[in-house]
Design a protein around this ligand. Structure first.
Ligand code: SF4
Length: 244
């Protein structure tokens, strides 16, 4: 899509939404983008919180996710629980099977443990490409990013022009803390991944996620074998070319 707002208009929208509730932000999203907006969910605690509110605002809210084909069994169970709870027809996006087959044939099944470039290659095939395909169908995508998750997330706006995907990215939970998210899930009895109770605050693919120890950063369990604490992203929320 072409940009709907000038930089000045976008700044004004953000100035207003910065003090709005999450419901108000999602109402604005609905009124502005309608059915051309969807939540792209990882089914983590933030995304479950966000979808609960989105569904309250609009019972026909769209929910998308990426199935990398390497997710934990508990995540697949949560897909089913969420569908039952909200009656939502989850839109699944999968990697291109030819690309997966070629990658596995040439590099092996668990080659991503052998250096960051390999890991990013796998994330490119299993996550970044399907994400691009999904987002190409939307004018706006809604995410559960929070500013206090660190890395580049500290400077996110509520509404951003996403030049990489040629659409808008909406971050209604930008101002929430992890404690607020946990409380909201509990109070509203929202279905969540049982691995969260086993020391996994952040979840991704099964072979690339471990439980964290007390005092560790909440994303320390993601790609734990890599040294760089600022590299705990898979390419979904960063603007970077897909590496070959
Ligand atoms: S998280 Fe691991 S298994 Fe999943 S796509 Fe990335 S490297 Fe591959």
């Amino acid at each position: 899509m072409t940009q709907k707002f000038t930089p000045a208009q976008l700044a004004e929208i953000n100035r207003k939404l910065e003090t709005s509730t999450t419901e108000e932000i999602l109402n604005w999203t609905d009124q502005t983008f309608g059915n051309a907006a969807a939540q792209m969910s990882s089914f983590g605690l933030e995304d479950q919180t966000l979808f609960h509110i989105y569904w309250t605002v609009n019972p026909k809210a769209r929910l998308m996710t990426l199935d990398t084909l390497r997710l934990p069994t508990e995540t697949y169970s949560l897909f089913d629980q969420t569908k039952l709870r909200y009656g939502v027809d989850v839109e699944f996006f999968y990697p291109e099977m030819d690309s997966v087959a070629k990658m596995v044939k040439e590099k092996g099944n668990n080659f991503f443990y052998q250096g960051r470039a390999n890991r990013e290659f796998c994330c490119g095939v299993r996550k970044v490409e399907p994400l691009g395909r999904a987002l190409a169908t939307l004018d706006a995508w809604v995410t559960g990013l929070r500013r206090d998750q660190g890395m580049d997330r500290g400077s996110i706006d509520i509404v951003e022009w996403d030049a990489a995907h040629n659409n808008y990215k909406i971050n209604p939970l930008a101002n929430w803390t992890f404690e607020q998210v946990q409380e909201f899930v509990k109070e509203n009895e929202i279905p969540y991944n049982e691995l969260h109770d086993q020391g996994y605050p952040s979840l991704g693919c099964a072979p690339c996620t471990r439980a964290i120890k007390p005092g560790e950063d909440i994303r320390a369990g993601r790609w734990w074998w890599e040294d760089d604490p600022n590299a705990k992203e898979c390419g979904i929320h960063i603007v970077a070319p897909l590496k070959a």
